[in-house]
Design a protein around this ligand. Structure first.
Ligand code: SF4
Length: 476
């Protein structure tokens, strides 16, 4: 729901003769939902890399002059939500590492679980760090490889990294796309004007007029240059695509494993009706992520669907903290109830998930104040009992309401008349694919790879930083 955040959106383009910086800018716009703390673009022209990063939304991070300075035929772009390292400019991406011999720009979506030990090792070898992100650890690990070719260097890094990573990398005159061996975070490839693009989600391809080709496979490295697209891979023991991409993160108009997210969410709603039916007058979804599931519940039940809350779409993560009075108003900053629709009605309210359980009671309270007679919450995710270590900023285990309370206790704590979570089997049925290709660890505690419980997202900030420098200027 509103207190769950994805780590990042990434994009890459190789397209001679095209304004690659501007295309990347528009693609990052389409991926804005994946990260709103900072944005950045790096381009390459011959042996030069140009880079610009800034805090805030894509629309705030770039102006015409800055885009015009980003020259070249290749670009990568990044939207950030911090899962490792603070929300400060030195942690904005793409990261740039290397010397004049080999310079490498990299954008990362995910979270590396062994980044602390790798960073210590790299610092002992003399590699400098300018940020507290695990993404810079990945970039320096690639550079540190004894292999000669870039593909070999990337494979070396992949064999040493643990965790989740989809990457776009720019080195010299080549663009690389990489997905970790479990494929925790998505990445797809498309074509545009005789060139090639890489993106976290297919919705970015649609917005720039690119044609979707396929997803990058778990463990795959694609190399894109003047000879087209080549593929190589490292071994992948099991797949573990984050199932929350279907529930919440991905945009409803994106395709993932060939499934439209919108249709999958409609199915979640229909399955919620089957598992938790209730007599009611109106179904509504919490906008935007639960709208499709609300429609699915309404269609399957015959209960009319209406919008009950209007979302202010321009409230992103802002650097201006609301003052005390507005903080007390809480969700009022984000939602306004349609009182005439709600008043006197028994509502089914469909939402994507309950994490800490701090936002849901405020929403229910708002609906009751608007005259709702009953509020029946239906949730598209099973109870979240375990934290995520793979790029989703959830909470520690102790903050997760479902780790501390039973469903009946949560119902009382949030002030609902009834509460129904989709079952694990129901969720798998909705996504329509075998359960063993997904990560479902936040529901089950069965992590697909080793994790260090209670890992700290600021863990790399306890390490000395060689220096902090702003990446907000164009570098050549
Ligand atoms: S733990 Fe949950 S949120 Fe994290 S990757 Fe796995 S399914 Fe996704």
């Amino acid at each position: 729901m509103q207190d769950l955040h994805e780590s990042c959106g990434i994009f890459g383009i190789y397209a001679p003769g095209v304004d690659v910086a501007r295309i990347t800018f528009f693609a990052l716009y389409a991926l804005q939902h994946r990260g709103q703390e900072s944005a950045g673009i790096a381009t390459a022209e011959e042996d030069r890399i140009y880079i610009h990063t800034d805090m805030g939304l894509v629309s705030h991070a770039f102006n015409e002059e800055e885009l015009a300075l980003l020259k070249g035929n290749i670009a990568i772009g990044h939207n950030r939500y911090s899962t490792t390292g603070s929300s400060v400019i030195c942690n904005a991406q793409p990261v740039l590492v290397g010397t004049m011999d080999i310079r490498l720009a990299l954008g990362h979506n995910g979270n590396i679980t062994n980044s602390s030990s790798l960073r210590v090792e790299l610092e002992e070898k003399g590699y400098d760090f300018n940020s507290s992100t695990d993404s810079e650890v990945i970039a320096n690990l690639i550079l540190s490889s004894p292999e000669k070719e870039i593909e070999g260097k990337i494979k070396y890094a992949m064999r040493r990294l643990q965790g989740a990573y989809s990457l776009v990398i720019l080195v010299n005159d080549k663009l690389y796309g990489v997905r970790d061996p479990m494929g925790v975070r998505p990445l797809c490839v498309g074509s545009l004007d005789g060139g090639w693009v890489l993106a976290s989600e297919t919705c970015a391809l649609d917005h720039i007029g690119a044609e979707y080709i396929r997803e990058i496979e778990p463990g795959e490295i694609v190399t894109i240059d003047g000879n087209g697209v080549r593929s190589t891979r490292i071994e992948s023991e099991r797949k573990a695509l984050c199932i929350f991409e279907y529930i919440y993160f991905a945009r409803p108009d994106s395709l993932l494993n060939g499934r439209l997210i919108y249709t999958t969410r409609e199915k979640m709603g229909a399955i919620l009706l089957r598992e938790h039916p209730v007599d009611a007058d109106m179904v509504m979804g919490i906008p935007d992520s639960a709208t499709a599931a609300g429609i699915g519940y309404a269609r399957a039940s015959g209960i009319p669907y209406h919008e009950g809350l209007i979302k202010n779409r321009y409230v992103g993560r802002t650097f201006i903290e609301p003052d005390q009075r507005l903080r007390e108003l809480g969700v009022r900053l984000k939602f306004n109830p349609l009182t005439q629709e709600i008043s006197g009605k028994r509502l089914v309210v469909v939402d994507d998930s309950i994490v800490r359980g701090t936002t849901t009671p405020r929403v229910i309270n708002m609906l009751r104040k608007a005259g709702a007679r009953e509020v029946h919450m239906r949730i598209c995710a099973p109870p979240i009992r375990y934290p995520c270590f793979f790029g989703v900023d959830m909470a520690t285990r102790w903050e997760l309401i479902a780790a501390q309370k039973s469903v009946a206790e949560i119902k009382d704590a949030i002030g609902a008349d009834s509460l129904g979570y989709i079952s694990m089997d129901g969720l798998i049925e909705a996504v329509g694919q075998p359960s063993d290709i997904f990560c479902v660890a936040c529901f089950t505690g069965n992590y697909p790879m080793p994790v260090q419980l209670e890992m700290d997202k600021l863990q790399l900030e306890t390490l000395p930083l060689a220096s902090l420098r702003s990446l907000s200027e164009i570098e050549t």
